[in-house]
Design a protein around this ligand. Structure first.
Ligand code: PLP
Length: 286
């Protein structure tokens, strides 16, 4: 496997990172995951804007979003992939020793790799997904896409015990987001999802943005407002969106069947709209 580290592509066996890297010692870094179809990044502009914002909010200097796009294409090329998910992380860099206050003049450590994913034709239908509902015990700055993810890993350990693939996180009776996704529900003709500027905030999801556009294009109401967990449990459909999965429909919740146990019709309509959007983008890029 070929990865990007320290300004170049190399075999993963050659990749070396200092144990004093602040990503390793403090989780002091940010990341992005971008889904590529036929070599073109889905919602690339939104990803680069978010990376820029994460870097600025974290105060990490010395790496810019346009560079990230070049790195992502480089790891795709190195692996000979056209349909993939690319992971890219930027830490504050390696210091000489461990101190909470970072020394000045650190060079950020940039690491990236690509993994093969299904092609665009797989977006013909929304996949089923089993979820659990768990308390949101994470920090209050979830608009920063930090690599400090223990608050997401712990509910996922519980999800795994229940043979579920995602944990929907709830704070003060309101749905915030999934451990690695945004959450939407369908009620009648409306798609309801929590606002990104909640207090505490949630991640500005790229697929959330595209799914809301798709809902409007389908003639549905995009209702962005706080979502009580009780309302979610009584919804017609629950939808999970993220770059890795694009869009999935909840069929199991907390170990029991949800709804009629099938992915709902709106989930299928939305993912097809999103697929058509990618197709149009690919055609324009050629
Ligand atoms: N919320 C959280 C906490 C995430 O980690 C992710 C993706 O990793 C998302 C939402 C979905 O974001 P996107 O659709 O941009 O992948």
């Amino acid at each position: 496997m070929q990865v990007w580290l320290d300004g170049r592509v190399m075999p993963v066996e050659e990749a070396r990172i200092s144990p004093f890297d602040r990503g390793f010692l403090f989780g002091d870094g940010v990341y992005e995951v971008v889904r590529f179809f036929d070599g073109v990044g889905m919602a690339m502009r939104l990803h680069l804007e978010r990376l820029e914002r994460s870097l600025a909010l974290a105060g990490i200097e010395g790496f810019s979003a346009p560079e990230a796009e070049r790195v992502m294409h480089a790891v795709m090329r190195a692996e000979g992939l056209r349909d993939a998910a690319v992971y890219l992380q930027v830490t504050r860099g390696a210091a000489a020793t461990r101190t909470h206050i970072p020394p000045t003049g650190l060079r950020p450590t940039v690491f990236a790799f690509a993994s093969a994913c299904a092609p665009l034709s797989a977006l013909d239908q929304a996949a089923p997904i089993a979820v659990v509902v768990r308390p949101d015990d994470r920090w209050h700055r979830c608009e920063i896409k930090t690599i400090s993810l223990m608050g997401s890993v712990l509910p996922m350990l519980e999800a795994a015990r229940m043979e579920a693939e995602e944990a929907i996180l709830v704070r003060d009776g309101l749905v915030s987001e999934g451990s690695s996704s945004n959450v939407m529900v369908v009620r009648g003709g409306a798609v309801v999802t929590p606002p990104i500027d909640m207090d505490p905030s949630i991640l500005h999801g790229t697929m959330r943005h595209l799914a809301l556009e798709a809902a409007r294009a389908e003639g549905l109401i995009a209702d962005v407002r706080p979502l009580p967990v009780q309302e979610m449990l009584q919804a017609d459909e629950i939808i999970i969106v993220s770059s890795k999965r694009v869009l999935a429909g909840v069929t199991r919740l907390d170990g029991r069947g949800f709804g009629d146990g099938e992915v709902g019709p709106v989930a299928h309509r939305l993912i097809r709209r999103m697929r058509d959007g990618v197709q149009a983008h690919l055609a324009a890029a050629r």
